[in-house]
Design a protein around this ligand. Structure first.
Ligand code: NAD
Length: 479
């Protein structure tokens, strides 16, 4: 069993708290590691280290800072198999998908390094003679990144890469469920000569470490990826110092399948979106609306596909479609929501219970539900499991209204071969992201941002990088 320490000011140090948290392999229930259940003092020490190193860090040229991001990408690639295995074991992500996450994370560091020579200000015409108005982009200061368990490694890069290239220093709080890969990365980058304090990792609970990091006056920006509940708590804590927040929160993505869709493509995309990483992906189809004339055919095809899925250990060499859910809490939650849906009248077409195919682990069957209505909890709330409820619609405007009738606004999708219908839906859907004739994932050069309760601000691309910059205006009068 491994034990991780906090990484503060360039060194691994013991937490000032003696409490620890167990990290469990969800497939086998084996304890893999102990991480510190860190204290408020740990969080404050990390913030002070980040603050002390920030001036020297921002004084490097952007291309010098970017060099460290390239080194991070390189070290990830050198250790790609070890990191993928660590990720697969701590969160039951099937090994192939874990490998994709590691490889995309390396690309993410290189992509952000590419911004170094492209961060631009502006010069605006003044109303005064002999004056220039400069818009100058400056780092905010100390950036805090708070991570979820579902894509813990990639989301770490989503916070670290744009904050460091723009001249901020950074404190990361990994998730308690899946911190191992991130802490292994901390060990790897301890060797690349990054100045002490520029990047710190503090493990611990959201209520103590996360809250201390958020409410500190040292913190310039807090970027959370997590639940709406955590987002609300962070907004409350950030209010104390009017600290900037960037929130990537939950979703309840609708997939609209029109009668003129390419049926096989839609079935393949919706099923794979619903079960990838056992349904624990924020932007994947959580509910489907299918035009009434093709509903029966769609359901037959989806049912066949779902019943043939391979649910196995994350390390299985049998190309599994999915594995265990991340924890007992998560499988209990999914089970409870499905049982409630059944009581409300939903009919199970496939699955509908935990999987008892293994002695250990937190497995749930791929599940297809019909006879659901718009007012049911299963259609309204994020399930975060391999459960697909499907409803009928009779006109595109009805489908759009049903899709928009939701407190979340992260992602949505539409399947249709009719360009006019697609463009109408894209115009009307109230979601930060819409996929046309495909499902997940987003591109690193795009912009991933939730609408409504799904978030504030966003990540990726130019606009994601600019989240970490403060715009300053300089009125320069000369003679
Ligand atoms: P979570 O909200 O339980 O935890 C996320 C992080 O917030 C953890 O590190 C946790 O310790 C921390 N936290 C909790 N309370 C806090 C507080 N009061 N102050 C500061 N930090 C606090 O979420 P999770 O279960 O790890 O992740 C799943 C959720 O994340 C789902 O809702 C999913 O949709 C969402 N998610 C969203 C995106 C996106 O890009 N929009 C991506 C991945 C996951």
């Amino acid at each position: 069993m491994k034990e991780f320490n906090q990484f503060i000011n360039g060194k691994f140090v013991k937490s000032t708290s003696t409490e620890t948290i167990e990290v469990v392999n969800p497939c086998t229930e084996e304890v893999l590691a102990l991480i510190p259940k860190g204290s408020a003092t740990d969080a404050e020490n990390a913030l002070q280290a980040a603050q002390a190193s920030q001036h020297a860090w921002k004084s490097l040229t952007a291309i010098e800072r970017a060099g460290f991001l390239n080194k991070m990408a390189h070290i990830i690639r050198e250790n790609r198999i070890f990191l993928a295995e660590t990720l697969a074991s701590e969160q039951a992500k099937v090994l192939g998908l874990a490998q994709v996450e590691i490889d995309v994370t390396a690309d993410y560091f290189d992509y952000n390094a590419g911004w170094a020579r492209r961060i631009e200000g502006e010069i605006i015409q003044s109303d005064r003679k002999k004056e220039h108005i400069f818009l100058h982009k400056a780092p905010i200061g100390v950036a805090v990144g708070i991570l979820p368990w579902n894509f813990p490694f990639f989301v770490m890069a989503r916070k670290v890469a744009p904050s460091l290239v723009t001249g901020n220093t950074c404190v990361i709080k990994p998730s308690c469920e899946a911190p191992n890969t991130v802490m292994e990365f901390a060990k790897l980058i301890a060797e690349i000569g990054l100045p002490a304090g520029v990047l710190n990792f503090v493990c611990g609970s959201g209520s103590i470490v996360g809250n201390t990091l958020t409410k500190s006056p040292i913190t310039g920006i807090v970027s959370l990826t997590g639940s709406v509940y955590a987002g609300q708590k962070i907004m409350e804590a950030a209010a104390e110092n009017i600290t900037k927040v960037s929130l990537e929160l939950g979703g309840k993505a609708p997939a609209i399948v029109c009668a003129d869709a390419n049926m096989d493509l839609a079935v393949e995309a919706v099923v794979s979106s619903r079960v990838i990483f056992s349904g624990q992906v924020c932007n994947c189809a959580e509910r489907a609306y299918v035009e009434d004339s093709i509903y029966d055919e769609f359901m037959d095809k989806v049912a066949k596909k779902m019943s043939e899925l391979k649910v196995e250990d994350a390390f299985s060499t049998n190309s599994p479609d999915m594995s265990s859910l991340v924890s007992k809490d998560q499988v209990d939650k999914v089970s409870e929501i499905v049982e409630y849906a059944k009581k409300e009248g939903a009919q199970v077409v496939v699955g509908g219970t935990r999987s008892n195919q293994f002695d250990k682990g937190y497995f749930y069957q791929p599940t297809l539900l019909t006879n659901v209505t718009q007012d049911m909890q299963i259609i309204k709330e994020e399930v975060f499991g391999p459960v697909l409820p499907v409803m009928k619609f009779s006109s595109l405007d009805e489908a759009i209204a049903l899709a928009n009738d939701c407190e979340y606004g992260l992602t949505s999708s539409i399947f249709s071969e009719n360009f006019n219908k697609v463009m109408h839906a894209c115009e009307e859907l109230e979601f930060g992201e819409t996929y046309v004739n495909r499902e997940h994932f987003e591109a690193i050069q795009g912009f991933h941002a939730g609408w409504k309760k799904s978030g504030l601000g966003g990540a990726d691309g130019k606009h994601g990088m600019e989240e970490y910059l403060q715009t300053k205006v300089i009125y320069a009068q000369y003679r």
